[in-house]
Design a protein around this ligand. Structure first.
Ligand SMILES: C[S@@+](CC[C@H](N)C(=O)[O-])C[C@H]1O[C@@H](n2cnc3c(N)ncnc32)[C@H](O)[C@@H]1O
Length: 213
């Protein structure tokens, strides 16, 4: 998953802060019990999400793609005292591990979980957001952009994960892989969107950070 080579990733990891013990436990349990544990944000990206959230200090956050809840808990660290993170995943089998760690985290009352297709659920959440983390089905990233644009407050921050797609987006014109082509299309759309100022960062599998102007 890492775009950098293993040595660079190890160096980056050992020169970043440590994760909370609870998050380390969740990461290990995800690796043992969940399918595709590579989908979890990981230590450095988790700290990055926590830092961005602490800088924004959001009242309302939308997370698209909860998985086992690792990134949810990282982002929750920056919420205002009464802030809420709304998090959506289509896979109900993940609720058990999410709930186990949300209970222990101290953020239980600040997390709202939704199970189902995020494209259908997002329009039904009647709040606007200060921060959005987009990390679900990559094929729909462009559709999510259209939906979340109106749900993000002015000055709000959109974070989009996996924008480098293991480096495959660099050769999107030479591939038949539909996901690669759609992520590349999304990257171009976001970069050209005058409603956002965007920087693409080579963290892990690539993460774009955009502010709504
Ligand atoms: C990459 S994982 C999320 C990882 C998590 N954000 C983290 O960093 O630990 C993507 C998740 O999106 C969910 N997902 C995929 N398509 C979805 C959809 N249309 N609606 C809701 N969830 C979806 C999958 O079930 C999966 O758990």
């Amino acid at each position: 998953m890492d775009f950098f080579n293993i040595l660079t990733s190890d160096y980056i990891e050992s020169h970043s802060s440590n994760e909370r013990d609870l998050l380390a436990d969740l990461r290990r349990e995800t690796e043992i019990k969940c399918l595709n544990p590579i989908m979890l944000s990981g230590k450095v990206q988790g700290i990055f999400l926590s830092l961005i959230s602490k800088i924004i200090n959001p009242k309302n956050v939308l997370e698209i793609g909860t998985y086992s809840g690792y990134s949810t808990l990282c982002i929750a660290e920056g919420l205002t005292t009464n802030g809420i993170i709304h998090t959506i995943d289509k896979n109900e089998e993940l609720l058990e591990i999410q709930n186990k760690y949300f209970e222990k985290s101290g953020y239980r009352n600040q997390i709202r979980q939704y199970t189902g297709n995020a494209l259908e659920i997002i329009p039904r959440i009647k709040v606007n957001f200060d921060m959005i983390f987009l990390d679900a089905d990559k094929e729909n990233y462009s559709n999510y952009l259209d939906i979340v644009k109106t749900k993000l407050n002015m000055g709000g921050v959109l974070l989009t994960d996996n924008v480098l797609w293991h480096g495959k987006v660099l050769k999107s014109s030479e591939t038949n892989d539909e996901t690669t082509k759609l992520i590349d299309k999304f990257n171009k759309k976001l970069a050209l969107d005058s409603n956002f100022k965007t920087a693409m960062l080579p963290l892990r599998d690539g993460i774009s950070i955009s502010i709504k102007l």
